[in-house]
Every structure is written in C-alpha cells, then in structure tokens.
Design a protein around this ligand. Structure first.
Ligand code: F6P
Length: 523
C-alpha cells in the first residue's frame, strides 16, 4: 500500500459524511462534469461520493499504478496473465485491422480470421438447411453443452438479442451436470434434427463431457446407429481431445489458450450467438466491443469510461469497506446479465495474492449480484433503501425498446430513474416513525444506451471486461487465472471414485466420509 491509498482513505472518510444531494446544490455543473458518452453508451456517475478533488486524487492513483502503460500491455499481447505466462488477447478477436500480432511466433490475426471463416461457413450451412444430421434431415435444434465461460456468455447474449433472431433454429443451453438439465432439453428435441455443440476450452471439464456422453447415447438410441458424429460440433482450444471424442475435423472449431474462458464469447465460443442472430448482427456485436476497446485504449484516463467505473468500484471497496455491487439492468432480455458478470468479475478478481505472489493486505473484487428491474423492486430493494449494508449500484437502461409496447417501456425507464433518485435523496425528515424513514445517500451509476442492439451489447460487455482489468491493475492482481476452482474439481473426482468403489477414503475428514457413506448406503 502506498501513500495515495492512505490519502484516498482519508478523503473517503470526509466525503462519506456529506449528503449526495448537497453535492448537487453546491455545483451546478456536476452532471456535466461527472458524465460521459462512448458511442451509444452514456454514463452518469454524478450520484457518487466524489467531487473535483477526489476525482483528481483517484486519477492520480491510477497513474501511480501505471494504468496507462498496463492498458497498452493488454492490447499489445504482453503476458498480463503472469502465472500462466500468456497474454489475454480477447481484444484481438474483435479488431478489424490486418496488422499481424504474434503469440509464440504465430500470427494470431491470420488464425482468428481462418477460424472465424470456418464458423461463418457452418452458420451459413445451418441457416440454408444444408448441414444435415445422420438421417439427411436439416437441423432444427442446436444444444450448446458447456459451462462457465463456455456457456454464460453465449447463453446470456442469445437471450439478450432475442429480437434479432434470424433463424427458426431453436437454441438450447445445458451447463449443469444435474441430469434434470439435459433431460428437460432432450425432451424438447428430435434426435434426427438436433446438433450438439460441445463447447469447452480445455475439453476436460467433467460437466460438459458427461453431458456430451448422455447426448451421444441419446442419439445412438434414438437414431438406432452408432454413426452419430454428424450431430456434433466441438469448440475448443484442445482439438486433439475433441478428435479423440470422435468429432469430425471439419466440425472442430478452435480458439486459443490466450483467450480466457470468461472472455471467450468473442471467439468461436460465440457460435450459438452467430447461429441465432446471423452473421451481420454478429459482426455488429464485435464492432460494439471494438468501439469500447478503441475508447479504452485512447481516451485519457480521466475521461475513460472503464477506468472511471473501475476507480469508483475501487473507491467504495477501499473507503467504505463495500463488499458487494448490485448490477440492475432494466431489461427483461438482460435477465442473465448478472450471472455472466459474476463469472467475469468474481473469477477474475476474486484473488488474495498480488502478481508477485505476496498475500494482500486489502480487499479485492466485489461480490457481484443483481437481476432485471423492475422485479428486484418487489424483492430485495427494501434492503437497498433501508438495510444496513453499503451497496453501490449500476443501473442499466435502454432509451428505446425493441418491442412495440412503447408506453410500457416508458414505465420501465421511469422506474430505473426514480429508483436512482429515491436511493440518493431518501425521504425528508418528516417521517412520523423511524421505520418509515428512508435515509437515502445511496450512490449509483446510470448507464443509458439507445437500444439493446448487437452493437450496444458488445459495448456493454467490453465496458465491464475493461472495468475488471482496471481494478485488477489497481489491486496488482492477475485477473486472468482461476486456480481457486481447481481444488473442488479434484475433490469431486475423488468423491465420485469413492461412491463408485463404495468406500470412502480413510484420509478424508469424518464429515466427508460420513456424507459419502450415506450416499453409498442409499444405493
Ligand atoms: O470454472 C472454471 C472454468 O475453468 C472457467 O474458467 C471456464 O470458463 C469453465 O471452467 C469451463 O471450462 P472449459 O471451457 O475448459 O470447459
């Protein structure tokens, strides 16, 4: 921790005693000062505990963390993922320049182009009905089998862009190893016309491979043939394993180790989205992200949207000991956005050692949660308004709806704007009883976009990706590894073996042994 951490902490203790509403009356230019636009995204961050002095101090702090240099490192392919000694080049997946970029001696721009072309060919064949299953029938249902980054991005985006669907092909997503997940999808499908996408960067993830096995057996049984390979496509960074599973080479789409799972929607992992919204819309989605990349790369840090969001989040964790952030999109189509963001942010910045491997003496990534408005208003907003926890909020609204029900959409936006104001102002002091008093002074950001289009979604996702990177830099952590998920995976493997052999291991703790015994004896 350097001096500016202490200075910023002291500044936070001073400003937290002020009323947000008073900051507005003291500065008539506040909204103008603390808002900015990037392409179609408008951010109003004026309802935060900031003033000119704190913003200057926060920007200085970002400078002392060498943020501008580290942004350059991200884009140029430095090994920002230091523990795995590789770059994190998801931005290269959406760039359009043909300037070569080399990773381990390979021009990745050429490889990205060739995999994208392969994916586009497949999408065209599916749309034109010339991609056939074993019986020669065209495909009507596509089931994505994947988990984490191989599910959350495409599943969220297909739902978000439902109004841009270009095909009668139905998209399904199965991630959980719970048999109920795959069973309910298979019930809706006809094996002669169903294509499975096995999406797995590693091609070793047990949930995905177990579901793929079930799919294979379902096809063999239903089609009464062992020749079911025509019903599988693989998307992976481990083509050898996909090949060993029996996937045809022409049906294997690749991506690369330098694409983090939670950043992989821009790679061939985006196949289900490209099938759903078509290639033109898919290009728009990439373009949106590219616009945000250009802004992140070029805008000065005091006018840089991901930097501002990152600094504000850091400010509340540091100065308020805030542990959580609520992200509340006023859009039914974004109902899976919080799930997606949870992996993006919490798997990236849920870390407790710095890049040198030293244990940190400060808090890092927040607990991210939320759901689509207005549903939350009738569930957990009570706690936001009158509870005891400090919870900064990101509201997300779209000025226009894809629906023709414009009047209803007006109500939706009005609710988001009203909630942000109510949280800031609270009620006046005339409440008769203490329990009726609304303290207010709750900070929030408002992200306002024109319309939920492919381009807008691309911008929004890239905005949050970069915000997460900024915070990783401020905390000096590696945002691109996830060793924390490994131990549980290994133990689950061991427990399955114990259940299969009907014997718990003596080295296991008594509670684990007894739980395994209970499962075994109920067999
Ligand atoms: O949950 C851990 C994780 O490794 C994620 O990072 C990843 O997105 C997910 O599992 C799925 O991994 P894969 O794409 O290799 O199947």
């Amino acid at each position: 921790m350097n001096n500016s951490w202490q200075t910023l902490y002291e500044m936070a203790q001073t400003i937290k005693n002020k009323r947000l509403a008073d900051l507005f009356s003291q500065d008539k230019d506040r909204v103008q000062k603390f808002s900015l636009s990037v392409d179609e995204v408008y951010l109003d961050y004026s309802k935060n505990f900031i003033d000119d002095a704190t913003m200057t101090a926060l920007v200085d702090f970002a400078q002392t963390c060498e943020l501008p240099q580290k942004v350059k490192h991200l884009f140029s392919g430095e090994s920002v993922n230091n523990t795995e000694n590789r770059p994190a080049l998801h931005t290269a997946l959406r760039q359009c320049s043909s300037t070569s970029l080399s990773v381990n001696g390979e021009n990745i721009i050429a490889s990205i182009k060739s995999q994208k072309e392969k994916m586009f060919r497949l999408v065209n064949e599916l749309h034109q009905g010339i991609f056939h299953g074993a019986t020669g029938k065209k495909i009507t249902d596509v089931v994505n089998l994947g988990i984490g980054g191989s599910d959350l991005g495409p599943a969220m985006a297909v739902e978000a862009l439902n109004d841009y669907q270009q095909t009668p092909i139905k998209l399904h997503f199965v991630s959980n190893i719970d048999p109920d997940a795959i069973s309910s999808v298979l019930k809706e499908c006809d094996c002669a016309t169903t294509l499975f996408i096995i999406s797995s960067k590693s091609f070793t993830t047990p949930e995905t491979l177990e579901n793929a096995k079930v799919a294979k057996e379902w096809l063999q049984k239903g089609l009464k043939t062992q020749e079911v390979v025509k019903h599988f496509v693989a998307v992976t960074a481990n083509p050898e394993k996909a090949h060993a599973f029996g996937i045809l080479p022409e049906n294997i789409l690749c991506f690369w180790e330098w694409v983090g799972g939670r950043y992989s929607i821009w790679s061939t992992i985006g196949l289900p989205l490209a099938i759903a919204i078509g290639l033109e819309n898919y290009e728009e989605f990439l373009l949106g992200a590219r616009k945000m990349d250009e802004h992140f790369k070029e805008a000065p840090i005091e006018q840089n949207m991901p930097v501002i969001l990152g600094l504000l989040g850091w400010w509340y964790i540091h100065g308020w000991q805030g542990t959580t952030i609520a992200v509340l999109p006023y859009s039914e189509r974004l109902k899976r956005f919080a799930d997606y963001l949870q992996q993006l942010d919490m798997e990236s910045n849920g870390k407790s050692v710095d890049k040198q491997g030293e244990r940190l003496g400060y808090a890092t990534g927040p607990i991210v949660w939320g759901q689509a408005g207005t549903n939350g208003q009738h569930a957990f907003y009570q706690l936001l308004h009158q509870g005891t926890h400090f919870i900064p909020i990101d509201f997300i609204v779209f000025k226009h709806s894809n629906s023709v029900l414009a009047e209803q959409h007006k109500h939706l936006i009005a609710n988001a704007i009203a909630q942000a104001a109510a949280l800031m102002h609270g009620s006046d002091t005339s409440a008769k009883f203490a329990h009726e008093h609304m303290p207010g002074n709750k900070p929030s950001n408002m992200l306002m976009l024109e319309k939920l289009t492919p381009r807008a979604l691309g911008q929004l996702l890239a905005l949050y990706e970069h915000k997460v990177y900024v915070q990783g830099v401020l905390w000096d952590i590696n945002s691109f590894d996830q060793p924390g998920v490994e131990l549980g995976k290994k133990l689950a493997k061991k427990v399955v073996e114990c259940i299969n052999h009907k014997k718990a291991e003596a080295t296991m703790d008594a509670s684990t042994q007894s739980l395994i015994e209970k499962v075994i004896t109920s067999d």
